[in-house]
Design a protein around this ligand. Structure first.
Ligand SMILES: Cc1cc2nc3c(=O)[nH]c(=O)nc-3n(C[C@H](O)[C@H](O)[C@H](O)COP(=O)(O)O)c2cc1C
Length: 172
């Protein structure tokens, strides 16, 4: 539970690698996520080289914060294993969230980086990702060089009992 509430987007990383065990734990957490029909359709491209990170930053205009991350994991869905794109995307997002929570539990910083439009094409070109594999999102991970407090984003008005309504009456 702590890891869920402590997780924050980290945009400053120490210039320090993560070890193989940490990386494997993150990937195991990703693959432990729920996925429809248990298709296990996800594919993970792990980028640790400076050259690779530069390519990601060139492909995604809001990824600059990841330049000192120890690794960036490109989370992709394999359309040969899951043909329904919304399902594929949901599976991959579950995997991404598991990586973020696991990183927090390992005392590592992490950042979700969105992927869409031209970034998909650029990532495919840069990392040899075939057409049938769709990059869905990326996670930058490393040793945090900033501390961010947990925030409370619970808003009772976001909860609707039985019917969508503007006024929540409980769970205040
Ligand atoms: C789908 C998605 C895409 C995101 N893309 C980026 C991104 O490209 N660059 C970035 O710095 N943060 C990105 N974020 C992180 C959000 O900006 C962040 O979660 C939000 O500001 C809330 O802060 P918190 O994660 O610390 O709670 C993304 C988050 C999500 C869920």
């Amino acid at each position: 539970m702590d890891a869920i509430f402590q997780r924050r987007s980290i945009r400053k990383f120490k210039d320090e690698p993560i070890n193989e065990e940490q990386l494997k734990t993150l990937l195991k957490a990703a693959m432990a996520a729920p996925n429809a029909f248990e298709s296990n359709e996800w594919e993970f491209v792990v980028v640790q080289s400076e050259e690779g990170k530069k390519k990601i930053i060139a492909a995604q205009p809001y990824a600059r914060a990841a330049e000192n991350a120890a690794a960036i994991i490109i989370v992709c869905g394999n359309t040969k294993l899951e043909r329904i794109e919304p399902v594929l995307v949901q599976n991959c997002c579950a995997a991404i969230e598991n990586i973020l929570i696991c990183a927090t539990a390992l005392n590592l910083g992490s950042l979700w980086l969105g992927v869409g439009g031209e970034t998909i094409t650029k990532l495919r070109q840069a990392f040899g990702i075939p057409e049938y594999v769709l990059p869905v999102g990326m996670v930058a991970v490393g040793h945090a060089a900033q501390v961010k407090p947990a925030h409370d984003r619970y808003f009772a008005e976001k909860v609707h009992f039985e019917r969508f309504s503007r006024s929540a009456t409980s769970l205040t």
